[in-house]
Design a protein around this ligand. Structure first.
Ligand SMILES: [Zn+2]
Length: 409
């Protein structure tokens, strides 16, 4: 059965329950989670009250009671010997904090929850781009939707933001010992509100890595320049590392339109990225002369001046909005390489550049990694893109190289 673009809204109407059902299940899970938290807090509170009343409890420390309790439970012993809790795993940390106060019967439940969480994260974060599991988990649009078709066709290496975050975090921590305490994060993404939603790519990274320095202007261009880079890089912890995530963004509408996005509260889809799509339209009849920057609209003028020589070539491609997104990455990457320097210290500089794909509302952002590199003074640059992100990609898809792409004359 062929679904043309015009047929898609009817198709979506025929399955009105899918998104609602997913939302309902998620809401129910949240409710259970909240109730459990409340229960744990209640147990903790009554235990604390009892202990305050019981004069004899002063003789045995909470640590000693915990050790006794753990030894008495096989599941608990496993928890106790699991060692340092995984950083960033807030739910697990909270549960561990509550352990001394939880009745013994709860240990197997906590242990089961922990291993379920861990295997879910691992399963979903190691699936290849476009995998069915991402759609089933509600991280990607359903595989029978127009948005899924458009995304996998034009951005075949895009992964859900959560998977990109998890893979980059695990890779950097396991291979280079990078943690929030020895690393500063810099981001260069377009200020558009659709890039800054909760659970999105930027939000996940900012929340985990902690301190971060926004370098980005319109279109994700690091327009703070060399001065901004200097300030940012010298805020890195002593002998510590810098992690920079950057790139342009491109919207996908519910009917699979590239460069378009259905914003909350608006009936019609609008451009995303508005700055790059705007510059593309504004330079359609380019005179061939580089635009002068007069200070009235610096960032957009800069984008136009960088994009103009390529506009004609882009307009002749099969899907200009897709080609524009790839060219936008090229421009953002060139600007990033132009401002960065390694004079911040002996630590590592990690660059994670790519194209942020804004999938329709209700589905977390996606990100197509284009560059993942580790640099360190006196050592050759290390390309870790394929190791970290593309374990099961076919070579010809993975090797499609847009960075050296030039417009047709
Ligand atoms: Zn934008």
């Amino acid at each position: 059965m062929f679904w043309g673009v015009a047929a898609v809204p009817q198709v979506l109407r025929r399955h009105p329950g899918t998104e609602g059902e997913q939302g309902e299940v998620r809401a129910k899970m949240d409710q259970i989670e909240a109730e459990k938290e409340k229960l744990l807090a209640k147990i903790a509170a009554s235990r604390a009250r009892l202990e305050a009343l019981d004069a004899t409890s002063a003789a045995s420390s909470p640590q000693a009671r915990l050790a006794t309790a753990l030894a008495a439970s096989p599941a608990g012993a496993k928890v106790a010997s699991a060692g340092k809790p995984e950083e960033g795993d807030e739910a697990s940390s909270r549960l561990r904090m509550a352990l001394p106060l939880v009745p013994l019967g709860a240990f197997p439940l906590i242990s089961a929850k922990e291993s379920a969480d861990r295997s879910a994260a691992l399963l979903t974060s190691t699936q290849p781009p476009g995998a069915l599991q991402y759609s089933v988990a509600g991280w990607s649009p359903p595989i029978d939707s127009a948005a899924y078709d458009a995304m996998t066709r034009e951005f075949p290496r895009a992964l859900p933001a959560k998977a990109v975050f998890q893979r980059s975090r695990m890779f950097l921590t396991q291979n280079f010992g990078m943690t929030p305490s020895n690393t500063i994060l810099g981001t260069s993404i377009c200020p558009d509100e659709i890039n800054n939603g909760k659970g999105g790519f930027a939000d996940l990274a900012n929340t985990y890595w902690g301190e971060y320095f926004p370098l980005g202007g319109l279109g994700g261009l690091p327009l703070v320049g060399k001065t901004g880079w200097g300030a940012f890089s010298h805020h890195c912890p002593d002998d510590g590392n810098i992690f920079v995530m950057y790139g342009p963004h491109v919207g996908i509408s519910e009917v699979g339109g590239i460069g378009k996005f259905n914003r909350v509260g608006q009936n019609d889809a609008s451009s995303a990225c508005g700055a790059f799509v705007g510059a593309y339209k504004q330079t359609m009849n380019w005179s061939g002369e580089r635009e002068k920057l007069d200070g009235s609209d610096m960032e957009q003028q800069f984008i136009r001046s960088e994009l103009a020589p390529f506009t004609k070539g882009i307009s002749q491609t099969e899907d200009p909005m897709s080609a524009l997104a790839y060219k936008a990455f090229d421009i953002v990457d060139k600007q990033m390489e132009g401002i960065l320097s390694m004079d911040f210290g002996p630590g590592r500089l990690v660059l994670l550049g790519g194209i942020q794909v804004n999938t329709p509302v209700g589905f977390p952002d996606h990100f197509q990694p284009m560059k993942f590199e580790v640099r360190q003074l006196g050592k050759p640059n290390k390309d870790i893109l394929y190791k970290a992100f593309l374990p099961s990609m076919s070579t010809d898809v993975a090797m499609k190289d847009w960075t050296s792409w030039t417009p047709s004359s």
